[in-house]
Write a protein that binds this ligand. Structure first.
Ligand SMILES: *Cc1c(COP(=O)(O)O)cnc(C)c1O
Length: 358
């Protein structure tokens, strides 16, 4: 039996989208491949609210996180972390020999504009990174406020991990001034895993020229070069099945309407948060709680594995805590194709199962 996924990726994929993965192949150096990439980019620019070029990478979101921090940091990067995925970005910098510092915020809290201001005012950095939606703690960082202080430092590149929020929450890339905004296919975009997407500002492409060892496969400049000079093709063979499905799924997303889509996510989040507070407790500070997933403190010390075993019998799956929060929290994701009715169903089943858990 298929289990409906209430986990923060991979998420449910509509059957008609899955079918698009089975589209017969075309040559990746063909005019059809160029057209496919152009169409996808035009649609993604609407979802990202940007005029910037869109790059696809046949990797997961982590690929473009690693590729961007490596190929665009010429001086030193500052990584603002509020959880596991922020920490991952710092590890990537270290693993690639990219000079970087890390600012840790207590888990469950958000990155503040004040702390960003403090670091950027030192003049030590040419790149800073923000996790828009930290999937371990369930925090959604205040990028609007961060964008305000960032205006004082227009020369510092701003990289944003919007892997688990893009298409579930509004991220207006150009208005906020985000230089590189990254997402993956398997979260709120509701496609299978295997492709990463980013928008990239012209000045990032200019700035990156100063970086000597940018790698190759995940080098933002190399990927862009083929978009620019080879009519929207790729330096290596891209996952064409994902591109067929993405093109189709973007039509579905735009047909739903972006505002409707955000409202649907907000509705699910508000319901899940209220439910969490009634039966357990909310892990993140509420004013910065995510709209695509809810991280719940396991105040009753329930056995989350046992709960999932019972949920499996009725065809559903939620997520345990991430990393250090494994036993202390559990997570209900409400993104992509899911609806309020789905969320009511899974929380209802959890209420039914709770008294029976050992
Ligand atoms: C899932 C996730 C990632 C990693 O993305 P992959 O596509 O699995 O590489 C990075 N950041 C956040 C916030 C995520 O939720």
């Amino acid at each position: 039996m298929h289990k409906k996924l209430f986990i923060p990726g991979p998420t449910e994929v509509a059957p008609e989208v899955l079918q698009k993965l089975a589209t017969p192949m075309i040559g990746h150096r063909s005019k059809d491949a160029s057209k496919l990439q152009r169409d996808i980019s035009d649609k993604l620019r609407k979802v990202f609210y940007t005029q910037n070029p869109i790059l696809l990478s046949t990797s997961s979101g982590s690929g473009l996180m690693e590729g961007s921090i490596r190929s665009l940091t010429a001086k030193r990067a500052i990584v603002f972390t509020v959880g596991a995925f922020g920490n991952r970005w710092f590890k990537m910098a270290e693993a690639n020999g990219v000079p970087a510092d890390k600012h840790d915020t207590e888990w469950g809290k958000a990155t503040t504009p004040e702390i960003v201001d403090k670091y950027l005012s030192t003049g030590k950095y040419d790149v800073f990174t923000i996790t828009h939606n930290e999937t371990s703690t369930g925090i959604m960082n205040p990028v609007e406020e961060i964008a305000e202080v960032r205006k004082k430092y227009p020369d510092v590149l701003w990289l944003v991990d919007a892997v688990s929020s893009m298409a579930g929450a509004k991220v207006e890339v150009d208005r906020l001034g985000i230089d590189v905004c990254i997402t993956s296919t398997q979260k709120a975009l509701a496609l299978p895993p295997g492709m990463a997407i980013c928008s990239v500002s012209p000045r990032s492409l200019e700035h990156g020229k100063q970086v000597k060892h940018r790698g190759w496969y995940l080098d933002i400049l190399e990927i862009y070069k083929y978009i620019e000079t080879k009519d929207h093709q790729y330096h290596a063979t891209p996952s064409l099945p994902h591109m067929f499905a993405l093109d189709f799924q973007l039509d579905r997303i735009l047909a739903e309407g972006l505002e409707n889509r955000y409202a649907r996510h907000r509705e699910m989040a508000l319901y899940t948060r209220a439910w969490a507070k009634e039966h357990f407790a909310l892990y993140p500070e509420e004013r910065h709680a995510s709209v695509t997933l809810t991280t719940i403190t396991n105040t009753r010390s329930i056995n989350v594995g046992g709960l999932n075993g019972e949920l499996a019998k009725v065809g559903m799956q939620i997520s345990n805590g991430y990393g250090d929060l494994k036993e202390k929290t559990f997570r209900i994701a409400h993104m992509g194709e899911l609806t309020l009715a789905d969320v009511k169903q899974v929380t209802g089943e959890i209420e039914r199962i709770l008294p029976t858990l050992k």
